[in-house]
Design a binder for this molecule. Structure first.
Ligand code: T4K
Length: 392
């Protein structure tokens, strides 16, 4: 079975070394030494200020909304994972959906402006698939209208804009360190805020409101993460640069194999170095999309409809339009992408997709053989047969 994603795991012995320390100290959670070390190492690696690691990305979103004391309406994207919208509703605010740009699949700043009312307090935008929103246009808009900005940067670990981490943007940027993410701590997440007072508030809020001197300063929750999670993060951070390189190679391979078909892929803005967290394919129709999904399933290949349905269709939000998102969400499929995914796997996946879309079951297109050539340069020569099986 080829899964849509698989967590990258460090060598077991490496993790065990951290476990030995945890056993010695018998300090398991509550902002322990490994957690603090991971925060420091992430700040250095990402060149960001004001990090607070928490238990997961959803908690990070909820804390962000709470820490900024947002009320009323929050303008957000209809094309994201459900946690983006559900966190707004969970915090008692109303999500107002501004449609996306069809090229990038990210919220369209021009559409945001149309929805600003006296009740609007913030913009919550997602860097979908780790591909940055138009952060400059959004910052300009927010400044002009006195709005707060939260970025759901759950997918964006390692993405740069103008050479700097995308986490530097917004009043608060949140991320997820879930096992399915490029960089993970099994479960986990973080908030980044350059404002010191805001960072301290989040720190208190994630720890029941404790103010560090035995008292409580405001209401808080338990958003902490453990030493075991931090240890996984410390292991994974060491290999992250390699992982990013592999990901870029895998991405390019998929793209080269599929870009002559009637498919579209999200575009990036200028000066973006995208982490390529996912490989989304946009089909010309939902039928085609489902046909490919089912076709791949017959070969035990899993894909995911990230993100379907469009979030304005959730039954707990009031009826709102988002035509572009509703049009695109049903016809996007994310292909398998993870560190251990081999070129053979990718050959098979793209071979099957080509066969389905070209409806030429017995003949592989010419481009395949040139791809086989490039494969051989990596020490492999693989041919996909008409039945989807592989021969060397
Ligand atoms: N904002 C955005 C934009 C997000 O995408 C997310 C999460 C959040 C906020 C919230 O962050 P967290 O609270 O989760 O930290 C997955 C993830 O669970 C979720 O974190 C992620 N986004 C979302 C896009 O994808 P599912 O329901 O697709 O995951 P699941 O369990 O079906 O896993 C997919 C495949 O991965 C499985 O078929 C098998 C493989 N897998 C998964 C896990 C967990 C493994 O091989 N090993 C594993 O341990 O949501």
């Amino acid at each position: 079975m080829i899964l849509v994603t698989k967590p990258s795991l460090p060598p077991k012995e490496k993790y065990e070394q951290y476990l030995a320390g945890i056993w010695d100290r018998q300090y398991l959670t509550n902002n322990g030494p490994l957690l603090r070390l991971l925060e420091q190492r992430l700040q250095d690696y990402l060149q960001v200020d004001g990090i607070n690691i928490v238990s997961n990305g959803t908690t990070a979103l909820q804390l962000a909304i709470r820490a900024l004391d947002l009320k009323g309406e929050i303008i957000t994207t209809p094309f994201s994972f459900v946690a983006t919208t559900s966190s707004i509703v969970w915090q008692g605010c109303r999500p107002v959906f501004a449609d996306i740009k069809p090229e990038t699949l990210n919220i369209d700043p021009e559409k945001i402006e149309e929805f600003i009312t006296p009740h609007t307090t913030a913009i919550l935008a997602t860097h979908v698939y780790g591909n940055p929103c138009d952060v400059e246009a959004i910052a300009d808009l927010a400044n002009r209208h006195g709005l707060k900005v939260i970025y759901d940067a759950a997918h964006a670990f390692g993405t740069l804009f103008k050479g700097e981490s995308i986490y530097r943007w917004g009043d608060i940027s949140i991320t997820s360190f879930h096992a399915t993410k490029l960089f993970h701590t099994i479960e986990g997440g973080a908030l980044f805020a350059s404002d010191r007072e805001l960072t301290s508030r989040i720190q208190r809020m994630r720890n029941f409101g404790h103010n560090g001197t035995g008292g409580f300063d405001g209401v808080g929750i338990n958003g902490k993460n453990s030493e075991f999670h931090a240890a996984m993060g410390l292991c994974n951070l060491d290999s992250f640069d390699n992982l990013l390189e592999t990901r870029k190679r895998q991405h390019l391979f998929y793209y080269n194999q599929l870009n002559d078909l009637n498919l579209r892929f999200p575009e990036t803005l200028d000066e973006v170095d995208w982490n390529r967290a996912y490989f989304p394919v946009i089909f010309d129709s939902e039928n085609r999309c489902l046909q490919v999904k089912k076709g791949l399933e017959r070969f035990q290949i899993q894909t995911r409809r990230y993100f379907y349905p469009s979030l304005n269709r959730l039954d707990y939000v009031d009826r709102q339009k988002a035509e572009i998102s509703c049009n695109l969400a049903p016809r996007i499929l994310c292909l398998p992408l993870y560190d251990e995914l081999t070129l053979k796997d990718q050959m098979m996946i793209t071979g099957i997709i080509r066969k389905i879309l070209e409806k030429r079951p017995s003949q592989l297109p010419k481009q395949r053989s040139s791809a086989a050539g490039s494969i051989s340069s990596c020490g492999l020569r693989v041919h996909v047969q008409s039945n989807g099986s592989l021969t060397n």
